[in-house]
Design a protein around this ligand. Structure first.
Ligand code: CMC
Length: 394
């Protein structure tokens, strides 16, 4: 009953009230709990920003210590769960493995996943730490599985270093920490920490609104993040840059194809459902890209191609009139490549980074005593009523 507003893709629908992230797409502003992303990128690190996003305040020294301890205590994945990887094909899609493993965490932590808001909220600190820490460990296990290498156990290391250790150490030789690499990975994770009601976070809220536990809700969000129009875009950007490079093209073909307005030929890493201005994360990443490559002494031809492509697109009327600018995914892949991370892992890293925002959003839903189950309506434009036709008359 009543009047249903048609808002395709919910672009103009406020689906919830939230105190986590402020996003002003017209002016390119992004703030977590009031703090501008530029300040967090310059002064904070991923774990501290995760705490901020989840708990609403920057941690004091004692809170930070306690949070770090919880993350370290929860870094290991149960031996039985590690056996899941025996059943995944070596070339299973990484985001499929990640979503399955995160969903499976619910069965290994039944006390944290009761599908009852009250009890699940009582154990929220533990669940948040399990998720943040284990998603990273699972991410590293996915990498090792792809390479056919044995898993490496976490050590008492800072968050990003531990991830690099679990990916790149060998049983006979530890990965050597390179401060520039640790810093760049930290920055990448931090820049992905939350982003308002994006497709995957909204999915987490939607699923969570049915009182589904936090693990099941995040697993669903990871599924949403896997799509090439969302988290999968960082992979698609690299594939695009690589094929421009392989063909010795200057990128004109991709820009011209994108201008046809066909969904399947979009310029990857360009445009955003909310930003009608530069994505502030893209500005930070673009700059970091130059710095990281210079510090590591890497000359990547794909970076030159990306810059030429950006320049070409930004001078085209098609992109100017639609206010299409590079987004966070445009340069992030080039940094990850410089860190030695293969393209197949890019979206997994996005998912690890995005966990704090998804956790905080799940908590808002679970804590809202007056919250309703998410249940949008539709505009029905199918058949009017008609009579059933028996098989012999069809
Ligand atoms: N290349 C060419 N045309 C585009 C592009 C693009 N990348 N993005 C949007 N357009 C066109 C679109 O076809 C539409 O044209 P018209 O008005 O003629 O119909 C116009 O620009 C406005 O599109 P929109 O309403 O802003 O786009 P949307 O909200 O439907 O889609 C998007 C947003 C991010 C899915 C889209 O820009 C896109 O597909 N970009 C490429 C994929 C990508 O980089 N995704 C990562 C997004 S940021 C990180 C994340 O969320 O995961």
């Amino acid at each position: 009953t009543g009047y249903i507003c048609y808002d395709q893709g919910y672009g103009n629908t406020g689906s919830c009230e939230s105190t986590i992230t402020y996003l002003d797409g017209d002016n390119g502003i992004l703030r977590h709990r009031g703090y501008p992303i530029e300040q967090l990128a310059a002064h904070s690190n991923y774990v501290e920003t995760a705490y901020l996003v989840i708990y609403g305040e920057l941690p004091n020294a004692e809170q930070r210590l306690k949070f770090g301890k919880l993350l370290r205590e929860n870094a290991t994945v149960a031996p039985q769960m590690q056996k899941f990887f025996d059943a995944f094909p070596k070339d299973a899609p990484p985001m499929v493995m990640l979503s399955s493993m995160v969903g499976a965490l619910a069965s290994y932590h039944p006390e944290l996943a009761t599908n009852n808001f009250e009890t699940d909220l009582k154990n929220f600190d533990q669940s948040a730490a399990v998720l943040i820490s284990k998603i990273r460990t699972i991410g590293a296990m996915i990498y090792r599985h792809q390479k056919g290498l044995p898993f490496i156990f976490p050590k008492d290391l800072p968050f990003a270093d531990n991830f690099l250790h679990m990916m790149f150490s060998e049983p006979y030789e530890d990965y050597k920490i390179i401060p520039e690499v640790s810093h760049a990975l930290n920055l990448l994770l931090l820049l992905h920490a939350d982003h308002e009601q994006n497709c995957s976070t909204s999915t987490v809220r939607m699923v969570g609104s049915s009182a589904a536990n936090i693990f099941t809700s995040l697993s669903s969000g990871i599924g949403a993040l896997s799509g090439p129009l969302h988290g999968g875009a960082n992979t698609a950007v690299m594939q695009m840059l690589q094929s421009i490079h392989d063909e010795g093209d200057d990128g004109t073909r991709f820009v011209e194809a994108a201008k046809q307005g066909n969904k399947s030929n979009r310029l990857m890493g360009f445009g955003h459902p909310v930003y009608r201005n530069y994505d502030p994360r893209a500005t930070i990443i673009g700059k970091a890209c130059d710095e990281v490559l210079a510090k590591l002494g890497i000359k990547d031809p794909l970076l030159d191609i990306a810059k030429r492509l950006e320049h070409a697109a930004l001078n085209e009327d098609y992109f100017i009139s639609r206010k299409l600018y590079p987004n966070v995914d445009f340069y992030s892949g080039i940094i990850m490549r410089a860190l030695g991370i293969p393209t197949s892992m890019f979206t997994v890293i996005f998912a690890i980074g995005r966990a704090p925002g998804q956790i905080a959003n799940w908590r808002e839903v679970a804590s809202n005593a007056k919250g309703r189950i998410y249940r949008p309506r539709q505009i029905f434009n199918g058949h009017p009523q008609r009579d059933y036709t028996p098989m012999n008359l069809r």
